[in-house]
Design a protein around this ligand. Structure first.
Ligand code: AHG
Ligand code: MN
Ligand code: MN
Length: 299
């Protein structure tokens, strides 16, 4: 079954369907750019969070924005690389994205990805991640793959011979294997609870699987059916680094739809109000039992 057939089979609304197909097309362009352009080339410009932009960050952003601008179902777009939210139309879907997550890994040829959340309507401020009607990630690795949810389970699609084929249906986080992806380890010097959690994982012989890219790390948890990804805060950055709207909320929906859990450390991540488009949040996400262990240590 291909992506369009899958979306029709779950009676996906036609506007949303066209946006998802457009995003898939954009990802093909980004994969091509990532594979062939100068990796790791830095610009002098900064993004809205004050981080130095890579040429491919900007290129990826433009590929998505240019495609969505001419889709009549898109009201607004928001991007990690853009200060404001360009309004294209006064109705439709708001599409928010991190066009190229993990761009600092480009020069060493590790996997990178795109993260997208989709909301019905125009504005997203004051809403929560639970309002997302769809979430998806694209993984730019040896293969071009996507994880998608339209709130009817989480499914993997693979770009094979010019077509997006459904390759894993109804992914579930139900495996027993112990696996951890501990982000922001530099926090252990000031966050002693996090140090205790790390020691718990070490003492219990968890397998370390951390790439430094949230997309391949979460993709791995989904495909292996187990594991936990953490990015806590610490003294210099109490909310950590990752962004609620562009990174954490879409991941939380994909993981919940696979039977997992995502928290900011105190509340369900998808219940966290969006106060500011670029706001950061701590995150503990993965198989429910593993997230609960992390929350026991950190609470
Ligand atoms: P981006 O490249 O979009 O700025 O984000 C990268 C993110 C995420 O992919 C990864 O989990 C995290 O940054 C790694 O953070 P550290 O730099 O703190 O290791
Ligand atoms: Mn990112
Ligand atoms: Mn990015």
């Amino acid at each position: 079954m291909n992506l369009k057939e899958y979306l029709n089979s779950v009676e996906c609304e036609t506007g949303l369907l066209s946006i998802i197909l457009d995003l898939a097309r954009a990802s093909e362009g980004i994969y091509d750019a990532v594979s062939t352009n100068e990796a790791g080339k830095k610009l002098t410009s900064e993004n809205a969070s004050g981080e130095t932009q890579m040429a491919l960050d900007v290129r990826s952003n433009n590929i998505i924005t240019d495609i969505l601008e001419v889709n009549e179902n898109v009201s607004v777009v928001g991007s990690e690389e853009l200060e404001d939210l360009p309004v294209f139309r006064d109705s439709g879907y708001a599409v928010v994205y991190d066009p190229l997550d993990g761009s600092s890994l480009l020069d060493v040829n590790l996997a990178v990805g795109t993260i997208v959340g989709i909301y019905e309507g125009v504005g997203i401020l004051g809403r929560t991640g639970d309002d997302q009607v769809a979430a998806l990630i694209f993984v730019y690795g040896p293969r071009l793959t996507a994880m998608l949810t339209v709130r009817k389970g989480t499914h993997e699609f693979t770009f094979i011979d010019g077509e997006w084929i459904l390759t894993r249906e109804n992914i579930k986080l139900d495996k027993e294997k112990k696996m951890y992806a501990p982000g922001n380890l530099r926090a252990v010097s000031s966050n002693l609870k996090y140090r205790d959690l790390i020691n718990y994982w070490l003492d219990n012989q968890y397998t370390l699987r951390y790439s430094g890219g949230m997309v391949p790390d979460i993709n791995q948890i989904l495909l292996k059916g187990c594991g936990v990804f953490t990015y806590p805060g610490y003294d210099v950055a109490p909310n950590g680094k990752l962004r609620l709207v562009f990174e954490c909320a879409p991941m939380a929906l994909l993981i919940e739809q696979a039977g997992g859990k995502a928290s900011d450390g105190s509340i369900r991540l998808l219940d966290k109000p969006i106060g500011e488009i670029h706001q950061r949040t701590t995150i503990f996400i993965g198989k429910t039992e593993e997230v609960d262990i992390a929350l026991d240590y950190l609470g």
